[in-house]
Design a protein around this ligand. Structure first.
Ligand code: NAD
Length: 516
């Protein structure tokens, strides 16, 4: 780059808006002065710079959250509930604004962005009913004249670290529950699409949440490590790739924090010979290429049992050749948008190269795909790979792109063994009309979330979300009963109120207290 080009670049960077932190109920510039570019993936152009926190920013965020916790945890249950209901109403009414923000920074099409908000709203609605979920229990006269009861109290300052692929829904899996339980939240969103978090922070303020109870700390590893090292941060809820999930789990545990860390995935769809192949083809395409495959519950491998593979492959090809790929914000809404970044597109390209080198058949090839008028966007066309060897890295590793692979197998048992031998255990699905096979599958498969003729089995808000094996570190899943357990600390109280009319409660007895 010449000096002139460098100067032009610097000038352009200076003119981009800066996406700041949200601390003490207001946007706050970063002390560090460091920023990273945020792109519109459909145009490939930088649209903003995001602040990258340093240690001083982390300290300011944590101090504000501690103050916010002091105020918010003192609100009565009724007052907290009023704020949650107000937030629900505002989010519901203004969801289209948020969808546009998501599409502009993530690239997913608007209807898909609206879908992630709808699934996040479910958790807000669950959290609105929190009083019955955090009310503890009471046992009158557990022992003679003694009552025993439990209190569920908030933890304090809680941290949420989220991935790029669901900039609204993944934070919404956690913060409505954390706040309902009386905690303060510091959200560290992905630096690739950080605006949704700021928008949500302003909405909380409008709903009546006291300043400091919801903080947004923008940044990268420095921000994350700062939160892991902050004594006041009591818990960490992480969602992202497996290596980082493992790192977060280990570091947060070492620091004595409560931690739930959800990682990557490689989800298989097992198709038995009796399945309805048109239904299977529809669902494989929806679950494989929706959001350009950038979903932790995307289907990335179809295990075709017996003689179904040729017929199924033909039906899938027919459907994916008709998919419209383009800018998700366009009025004639396409089916699928771009990938998040140029480097991620190159990584996906690399995996298709690996599959080819390992002897797989590239039936539909999305490498080199572009969209007219948006040639600089981060495009990758829908790709179908057949006969992928299970020894290939492209089979075993998470690709996180619009790439669906078919593995041809002979039996149900072979499929079950393949799924169970993988390192991930996030989601899986079986397609069949045989109830006995489906029942055996749900019982024996080593995966946390299972679909029966349902391709993306994301549980509703009152059940909990989480995988097994390298897809979840820690023992608490997101939302549902797990969420409320994670974000509360229980106390058991044993109480005796002395009856002045009786004297048998008094006297010395050094024996261990027994129940009577
Ligand atoms: P990522 O792991 O790169 O980043 C996630 C978060 O961690 C971001 O906030 C990022 O800033 C931070 N981070 C990145 N590198 C770090 C480091 N070295 N140290 C500390 N923090 C770091 O993940 P991503 O690319 O944003 O998201 C995609 C991944 O998330 C995929 O693997 C996908 O399967 C996974 N995911 C899983 C679930 C689930 O529920 N299991 C849901 C959504 C996404």
């Amino acid at each position: 780059m010449t000096i002139v080009q460098q100067a032009a670049d610097d000038q352009a960077k200076r003119e981009l808006p800066v996406i700041e932190h949200w601390i003490d109920g207001a946007r706050r510039a970063s002390a560090s002065g460091h920023t990273a570019p945020v792109f519109n993936p459909a145009t490939g152009r930088a649209t903003a710079e995001v602040a990258l926190a340093d240690a001083a920013d982390v300290a300011a965020a944590v101090a504000s959250a501690e103050r916010g916790f002091g105020v918010w945890s003192g609100y009565s249950i009724a007052k907290r509930q009023t704020v949650l209901f107000a937030f629900r109403e505002l989010l519901n009414a203004r969801r289209h604004e948020l969808a546009e923000i998501i599409t502009a920074e993530h690239g997913k099409v608007l209807s898909d962005a609206a879908g992630e908000i709808a699934r996040g709203l479910e958790v807000v609605e669950l959290a609105c009913g929190f009083p019955s979920l955090v009310k503890g229990g009471f046992s009158e006269n557990a022992s003679t004249d003694i009552d025993v009861y439990t209190l569920k109290q908030p933890l304090g300052v809680t941290a949420i670290i989220s991935p790029f692929n669901f900039p609204a829904m993944v934070p919404l899996w956690f913060f409505p529950v954390a706040l309902a339980a009386g905690n303060a939240v510091i959200l560290k969103p992905s630096e690739k699409d950080p605006s949704a978090a700021l928008w949500l922070a302003a909405l909380w303020q409008q709903a009546g949440l006291p300043d400091g109870a919801f903080t947004v700390l923008q940044g990268d590893k420095v921000a994350v490590d700062g939160l892991l090292g902050a004594d006041a941060v009591q818990s960490v809820s992480f969602v992202g790739s497996t290596p980082i999930a493992q790192y977060i789990y280990e570091e947060a545990s070492r620091a004595g924090k409560r931690v739930q860390a959800l990682g990557g995935a490689k989800n298989h769809m097992l198709v038995l010979p009796d399945a309805d192949l048109d239904l299977v083809a529809d669902q494989a395409v929806n679950a494989g290429y929706g959001a350009a495959g950038e979903r932790c519950m995307a289907v990335s491998v179809v295990l075709a049992v017996g003689d179904v593979a040729d017929r199924l492959s033909a039906r899938i090809q027919e459907r994916i050749r008709a998919l419209r790929v383009g800018n998700g914000a366009d009025a004639a809404e396409p089916d699928m948008g771009p990938l998040i970044s140029a480097s991620h597109r190159d990584k996906v390209h690399g995996y298709v190269d690996i599959a080819e080198q390992d002897g797989a058949e590239i039936v539909v090839d999305g490498r080199g795909f572009t969209v007219d008028g948006h040639e600089d966007g981060f495009w990758f066309g829908p790709t179908l790979i057949d006969r992928i060897p299970t020894s290939s890295r492209a089979y075993a590793e998470e690709i996180f792109g619009p790439v669906l692979s078919i593995v041809r197998i002979d039996t149900f048992q072979e499929g079950l063994d393949l799924i169970n031998s993988g390192r991930f255990g996030n989601g899986t699905a079986i397609f069949t009309n045989d109830g006995g096979a489906a029942r055996r599958f749900q019982s024996e498969v080593q995966v946390g979330m299972i679909g029966i003729n349902v391709p993306i089995p994301v549980p509703v808000a009152y059940h909990s979300f989480g995988g097994w094996k390298s897809s979840l570190f820690g023992d608490a899943k997101a939302y549902g009963a797990h969420g409320f357990d994670f974000f509360t600390r229980e106390k058991a109280v044993t109480a005796r109120w002395i009856d002045p009319a009786r004297d048998d409660h008094r006297g010395i007895n050094l024996g261990f207290p027994q129940n009577d």
